[in-house]
Design a protein around this ligand. Structure first.
Ligand SMILES: *[C@@H]1O[C@H](CO)[C@@H](O)[C@H](O)[C@H]1NC(C)=O
Length: 492
């Protein structure tokens, strides 16, 4: 702050005496007037007054400008929540977290390198994670569209597309809300720094202009996964650029420190929580594609080691088998059982069920058609966990893209996955290739009244929206049509 003040005052140094006199009265050097002493005296007084005015102006301007600079610098460290909170992790604490608030007011005063001159980081995912959405039980659906060069656009349902101009992003935001919806946040990764950034939902709206950055030495190139195990806690997980799994906790207003959970991961992590006392994290190990599992309990903190929950595809598989990242959901059932279901796609789709501490073997799911599913095009959300037997809605919703260039949909009833339905298919397939292979899907968990929303991208780059059907239905019973999807257009 001292340095800022100093800089400010040197920029506004008072003029020299000679300059002041000359500027105050250019006639000072006239030989005619020089002989008139009375005039010279008056001239001297005028010059003196002018000089005093200039000095006072200089000092006042320096102080005011310096203070303004200093206070705008303060606003960068708006939330200096560096004090560590109670850690839920037990492993190495590797990096302190501080929160930096970017506001447009600051960026106009403090010059920063032009974003276009810095290299943009490239996300590691094979399928671009460039669409997503968020909604609470009563708030409007917001849809995010990440365009080229990391430009992120948002559209509140029924309104137009709006760009976040203050940053570039690596992935479309991942939204999370606590069960009481008192905290809603959306997380992404800054495309220049690789730092996690987040935005909050305040007073009925996303605080669009304020993406806060979790500073630190860690660089992330993949999508964060986030859980809200209780009304005051958010836990963020991601794999850093060196394949290490990290987590950081938000506890009733302040951020803790990054904790390393393990190393050797590829792809994206998947984290889930069935309640206040528990978090489960799944990741894919790099050299044998085993799925690793680590869990946190309020009683014991993080389990010391990652548990290998095996490999769905057996020990012998083709090396070029394209295996996606695991996806997971968890909840407490109507009868009080703790349930986790983990999904894995390696062309065929598998799931593994956990009930009250016991894992089943990986079980192959139905095929959606004669071909297979493209890895990492899936999205999975927890549906409505009903505690009333007469109100049976699906507990899990999964959408996927397959080699038929269609979007498939299946639901989880608590023990097994249903047959697949078709929701959308590419019209006018002209070549033998699969044009939709690297197009993502996204699923948005809704509150009461609406089960889930699905988002997909079509070949025009448009974002499509589909409302998940309510009550469960049998296979192929429900007619489907591309026209059931609403075309939302795209950002930019
Ligand atoms: C889920 O569906 C399967 C297959 O139809 C059935 O056997 C099972 O009982 C169902 N589970 C529940 C909890 O309804």
């Amino acid at each position: 702050m001292e340095a800022q003040k100093h800089t400010a005052s040197t920029q506004t140094l008072p003029p020299t005496y000679d300059d002041a006199v000359r500027n105050a009265n250019p006639a000072v050097e006239s030989p005619i007037l020089a002989r008139q002493t009375w005039w010279r005296k008056k001239q001297f007084i005028i010059a003196l007054v002018a000089l005093l005015c200039l000095i006072i102006f200089g000092v006042v301007f320096g102080v005011v400008y310096g203070t303004k600079r200093a206070s705008s610098k303060d606003s960068i460290n708006l939330s200096p929540s560096e004090e560590p909170v109670t850690q839920i992790g037990s492993s190495t604490i590797s990096a302190a977290v501080s929160v930096r608030t970017a506001s447009t007011a600051v960026s106009t005063l403090i010059p920063s390198p032009s974003p276009s001159k810095l290299p943009l980081l490239q996300p590691k995912s094979k399928v671009p994670l460039d669409i997503s959405g968020a909604a609470g039980s009563s708030s409007t659906l917001v849809v995010w569209d990440l365009r080229s060069d990391g430009k992120l656009w948002a559209k509140e349902y029924g309104a137009g597309w709006q760009e976040y101009t203050t940053r570039r992003f690596l992935v479309a935001p991942v939204a999370i809300r606590t069960t009481d919806e008192s905290i809603q946040m959306a997380f992404s990764v800054d495309a220049y720094t690789g730092h996690i950034v987040y935005m909050t939902f305040i007073e009925g709206h996303w605080d669009y202009e304020n993406w806060n950055e979790l500073d630190g030495p860690l660089k992330f190139l993949t999508r964060p996964t986030v859980v809200a195990r209780s009304t005051g806690n958010i836990d963020v997980f991601n794999i850093d650029s060196e394949g290490k799994a990290f987590t950081v906790s938000y506890d009733r207003g302040s951020w803790g420190t990054w904790t390393e959970l393990g190393s050797g991961f590829v792809g994206d992590l998947s984290a889930t929580s069935w309640g206040e006392d528990r978090i489960d994290v799944f990741g894919k190990y790099h050299d044998n594609d085993h799925v690793l599992h680590k869990w946190w309990t309020s009683a014991d903190g993080w389990s010391s080691e990652f548990e290998d929950i095996g490999f769905a595809f057996g020990e012998v598989h083709e090396d070029d088998l394209d295996i996606g990242s695991p996806l997971s959901i968890s909840y407490i059932s109507r009868t009080g059982s703790t349930i986790i279901d983990v999904f894995l796609c390696g062309q065929s789709t598998y799931h593994k069920l956990y009930t009250d501490g016991v894992w089943t073997d990986w079980a192959i799911m139905w095929a959606s058609h004669e071909g297979y599913e493209f890895s990492d095009t899936q999205s999975l959300v927890l549906g409505i966990v009903s505690y009333t037997p007469s109100f049976d809605l699906p507990i899990g919703h999964l959408i996927s893209r397959g080699t038929d260039d269609c979007i498939h949909y299946t639901t989880f009833n608590g023990t097994s996955w249903n047959f697949w339905d078709f929701l959308w298919c590419l019209e006018d397939r002209t070549s033998g290739e699969w044009p939709t292979r690297f197009l993502p899907t996204a699923a948005v968990r809704r509150g009461t009244g609406r089960v889930a929303d699905f988002l997909a991208r079509d070949l025009n780059g448009d974002v499509l929206l589909y409302e998940a059907p309510g009550p469960e239905h049998g296979p192929d019973e429900r007619p489907w049509s591309n026209g059931d999807w609403e075309v939302l257009g795209h950002g930019g």
